[in-house]
Write a protein that binds this ligand. Sequence first.
Ligand SMILES: O=C(O)CCC(=O)C(=O)O
Length: 484
Amino acid sequence: MSQHPNGVQPLGNCLLRGGCNIRHPGLGSLAALSDELLLSVLAQVSARSLVACAGASKALHCFATHEELWRAMALQECEGRFRFRGTWRRTYLAARAAREPPPASPPLRAPGLYSDLLHKPHWLATRALDPAWLARDTLPRAAGLSIAEFRARFEEPNVPVVITGVVNQWPACKRWTHKYLRKAYGGQPAVVANYDMAFGDYAAYCRGSCDDMPLYLFDSGFAEKAPRLVGDYLVPELFKEDLFQVLGDARPAHRWLIVGPQRSGSTFHKDPNATSAWNAVVRGAKKWVLFPPHVIPPGVHPSADGTEVATPLSLVEWFADFYADAQAGEARPVEGIVRAGELLFVPRGWWHLAINLEESVAVTHNYLGPVGLPAALAFARAPAAERLVSGCADRGALADRLVAALRQHRPEVLAGLQEQGQSKRKGACLAELFRGGGNGNPKHRRVSAACVRSGEPVIETGAAVEADAETGAGFRFNFTALCN
Ligand SMILES: O=C(O)CCC(=O)C(=O)O
């Protein structure tokens, strides 16, 4: 771990110096503010004022040059239009002045300044990834599965698996270097941290970034912007049946190119619209940690309606603060490393994170297999569907649109499920999900959810889905019973 550039140390170290912290004399009357409040105030002022503050004292210099302030400012004001210059402060100043910044001078040293808030991001960004975080591997692996085997062993029980021997055959594995991707984008911007950014600028950022949680390229428009990439891989046979295809261009976003440097990745979330996904690692390696739908990972706080999730901002922070708790808990995660040429099946409803252990390139598709249809409909009919559904227009109507399109293009899928549903007592629940036309009466939805939670014995199907948007609690969709 390297020292903070200004020599800022964690607050605990102050005890060793008998409580003497230059913060108090250095900040003057601003010392009355907590570190959090001071940074929030500084986040409101202009760059010019920040530069002035940085000249006032060593202590204020360290706050006013804090990288996170300048990163936020650069992203908000320049959006994706910047070339990274080694630090966010230089990046911002160069982008705004539209000229080369002067050579960097050595950072000002502020011995005797103690602040966890200033110190922690640097500590997280420079500490080595602990081998203990990476060692445990409980992800099953399989090769050469038939569709029937895959469904029976993994998709129906809704459990993750690493599929080998498929992705390593793709031309993408040989081709998808940064240079190739930049050419494929041909001047069209990629989506990075929700901003449009030139691929070459993002590649330069990846080379120079020291961020604790680096910006991530996550582009659902890559196929349109860089069509040649679509010819470099094939949707594996196991995942070809995707019922959302019946919606054509009106389907929810479903495929993403993912590029990022070491330490970048995805914090804990569940995949959109109760879909499952496959994530193929084309270059690099990713450590995954997954919890089944009913286990909320330590350090993760979903809102009651499931529309928001509070979690540590950086992946390394989650590992440093919560990985040990995850191991000590009753429900230990499924976890492991997925390497270039391998693919992870991410089952619907599972909480998951992924951290890139080296610079990585991946492609992921979310899909709706027949097994997942009841869950997806339950999700899209939840009371908060308008906010829960994502990646398409007219979100509140997704379930109705899907049912209507299935009636038209795949009537056998609906007929099969309805038939199975009618043959069992709980058919009423299933029928509820298929009700066409959508009268918008939320009572219908509540009845559906209450019905599956009615206290009748639930057959362990593995088709567990978190779809109860009303309480945020998961319920088991009794689907196998309906199929018997
Ligand atoms: O590759 C990654 O960062 C993981 C992506 C992911 O979790 C997702 O697409 O849901």
